[in-house]
Design a protein around this ligand. Structure first.
Ligand SMILES: [Zn+2]
Length: 182
């Protein structure tokens, strides 16, 4: 899934959490938490930058491993859960307690969405390195190209044909509708 889908997913997860638990927060705090939810919905993918730095390219050529980014520590769900819970337990105010919960819930929306797309997530790390996905767990995408434009052109064509793309569009539209209603 691409960044806009993850941002929308984080927003929806944060919105659902606040809607269901109804914390006593000022409207500005509520909005800040939704902003953080969008950030943490995307945050695990910052490892993409490390991955591109490691292969020293902005696209993948023949023989390169294009899954390394999913195996960085930012894609290990338990770390985000522990970070969120730590903030929650040490927080002195309702706002920071919710900030902790947002870290957990929004980052996990990311992992759920990554689990419906091809490669999957190491949900059980550090107990197991097994990659879990709805289908095709651990199957690598086979796009390789000789240039930046060729790679991303092939990527886009392939991506538009996936169900993941339609889920992403649906998430973004739902997030926009909710955003303008609150
Ligand atoms: Zn990801």
């Amino acid at each position: 899934m691409l960044p806009p889908g993850h941002v929308a997913g984080g927003f929806l997860a944060g919105y659902a959490l606040l809607k269901v638990t109804k914390p006593e927060l000022a409207p500005a705090e509520y909005n800040q938490l939704l902003f953080w939810a969008m950030f943490f919905g995307f945050a695990p993918d910052i490892d993409n930058f490390f991955a591109f730095a490691k292969v020293k390219s902005w696209w993948y050529k023949q023989g390169m491993d294009n899954t390394i980014h999913r195996r960085f520590f930012t894609h290990f769900p338990i770390l985000w859960m522990l970070a969120g819970l730590a903030v929650y337990f040490f927080a002195q105010s309702e706002y920071y307690k919710y900030f902790g919960l947002i870290i957990w819930v929004a980052s996990w929306s990311h992992f759920l969405l990554d689990s419906i797309s091809a490669y999957g997530i190491e949900w059980l790390w550090p107990f197991s390195k097994k990659v879990c996905a709805l289908k095709n767990s651990g199957v690598k995408s086979e796009i390789v190209a000789e240039s930046f434009v060729e790679y991303w052109w092939k990527f886009t064509k392939k991506y538009l044909a996936k169900p993941e793309f339609y889920i992403e569009v649906l998430l973004i539209l739902t997030a926009i509708i909710i955003y303008f209603r609150i």
